[in-house]
Design a protein around this ligand. Structure first.
Ligand code: PEP
Ligand code: MN
Length: 337
């Protein structure tokens, strides 16, 4: 449940409520906003009389949240969360674009692509070093070598980097090189991994599972938040439906739904969302128009020879067009790029 304090509640009154909630066995998370303090109480409220809290001095309202996620909800934190990654802010007024190849394939490849996406205006460089592939015979990524090349390219072109971490035991290694740790669609419900990332204070990009309802996605975010890591960015990457003309069905409506339910920023990945190069730009435009806080886009200078996801990777020239177009859309919404 969430305890909303009066705007003029004193520190003493707030402390008394925190004490009472702790006594009742709740784990209390405090959020101090501009106008008022809100207390998130996590725990089993079975057998507890809510009125015992409602009557405490300084309490304005006790809201029993029916949704199972609490820390991720707007009720708990009404203001948007802005995740800071070096000098890039995700969830603020700026639409942030993360771009790069699906996988880091070599030093020259990532350097070439980094230079091109930077020139077009990308803010963050992406590239997978550990790749979750459907087939064990497909390219699995360069591992630590890939992380090193990605870091080098990010530093060379002054961009923070985002890359996927697949297992709990990889977290420390990936965190050494990455600015944002990506949890892939296949791992959205890898709870051991989420718990480990919750202990970290580094930003996490949490992709939506390909068969996950929004509520389960937010429950996964809750694992990170309840571990103490509030640097969480959600990423809509398409869900699996009966449709076969696209690889996935890009759920654009998830963007306004998330903005209503949660304070967390949400970015859109039209590359995996459609799986087909010529569908990426239209869906990128739609995502920005729907209020996405950013995009994650696959770009490759030689997609015909890419070791993964070439068919959905934009040519650098197409990425330039995308950047120009979404800038116009962002400005209509009063947002910068
Ligand atoms: C990726 O970003 O390359 C990736 C594997 O994404 P997803 O987990 O959404 O399939
Ligand atoms: Mn990919």
């Amino acid at each position: 449940m969430v305890v909303v304090m009066e705007s003029n509640a004193t520190e003493e009154q707030i402390q008394r409520v925190i004490h009472k909630l702790s006594e009742l066995g709740f784990d209390v998370h405090r959020s101090t906003g501009v106008t008022r303090t809100v207390l998130g109480a996590i725990g089993d409220k079975t057998g507890i009389d809510i009125r015992d809290i409602e009557v405490l001095p300084g309490v304005r309202e006790v809201i029993q949240i029916t949704e199972p996620y609490k820390l991720a909800s707007r009720t708990f934190k009404p203001e948007d969360t802005v995740v800071k990654v070096r000098d890039v802010e995700i969830g603020g007024n700026k639409v942030v674009v993360m771009a790069g190849p699906c996988a880091v394939e070599g030093r020259d490849q990532i350097m070439t692509i980094a230079e091109k996406v930077k020139k077009a205006g990308a803010h963050v460089l992406r590239g997978g070093a550990f790749k979750p592939r459907t087939s064990p015979y497909s390219f699995q990524g360069l591992g630590e070598k890939g992380l090193k090349y990605l870091r080098e390219a990010g530093d060379a072109f002054d961009m923070p980097v985002v890359t996927e971490v697949m297992e709990r035991d990889q977290v420390d290694l990936v965190a050494e090189y990455a600015d944002i740790l990506q949890v892939g669609a296949r791992n959205m419900q890898n709870y051991a991994l989420l718990k480990e990332l919750g202990r970290l204070r580094k930003p996490v990009l949490l992709k939506r599972g390909m068969a996950s309802p929004i509520e389960e996605w937010l429950m996964s975010a809750e694992y990170l938040l309840s571990g103490g890591n509030f640097n969480v960015i959600l990423c809509e990457r398409g869900i699996r439906t009966f449709e076969r003309y696209t690889r996935n069905t890009m759920d654009i409506s998830a963007i306004p739904v998330i903005h209503k339910l949660s304070h967390l920023p949400i970015v859109a990945d039209p590359s995996h969302g459609t799986g087909i190069r010529n569908k990426v730009i239209p869906m990128a435009r739609a995502a920005v128009a729907a209020g996405a806080d950013g995009l994650l886009v696959e770009v490759h200078h030689d997609p015909e020879h890419a070791l993964s996801d070439g068919a959905q990777s934009l040519y650098p020239e197409q990425f330039e067009v995308l950047m120009r177009e979404i800038k116009v859309i962002a400005s209509v919404l009063g947002r910068e790029m």
